[in-house]
Design a protein around this ligand. Sequence first.
Ligand SMILES: [Mg+2]
Ligand SMILES: [Zn+2]
Length: 181
Amino acid sequence: MESRAIFFDKDGTLVEDVPFNVDVTKIRFSRGAEFAIRKLKDHFQFHIVTNQKGVALGLFQEIDLTFVRNKMALMFSDLGGELQGFHYCPHGPDDGCACRKPGTLMLERAALEHGIELSHSWMIGDILDDIEAGKRAGCKTILIDNGNETEWVLNEYREPDHMAKDLFGAALIIMSQERGL
Ligand SMILES: [Mg+2]
Ligand SMILES: [Zn+2]
């Protein structure tokens, strides 16, 4: 098993953003996602790390996320890839948990459970909370600059290592930065 991982934010990064969606028929890969999975699948574990405050808000239940996870796993396997982990935070912003991004607990737990070397891994997201979580955990980071970040509150952890328009661009960055790809 590879000790490097790609951590994908889900909504707006790996899949098209449909707010609070748990209807598996509405899940679509975002632009470049299939390319990224095909190009990187032999070199990285794939993990999704996603904030799902819809659970805290009572909009859906954790069992709904199990169906989403299973659908996503099928979408990866259709491309010959494997989704090794689907990690979600069910809490709200005011719950004070350590898992909600920009917290790092989802990444750290995944690393422990799956033997991942975080410093050799990448976090890809569409907002700076994703970037901050990745950088605080010691990963390299790529911001998908698709307009989903609107606040641009910066600190030393919120400056992405790289920016890309979509997952095509992100995959090309990773391929150019990593030896042996
Ligand atoms: Mg997102
Ligand atoms: Zn949480």
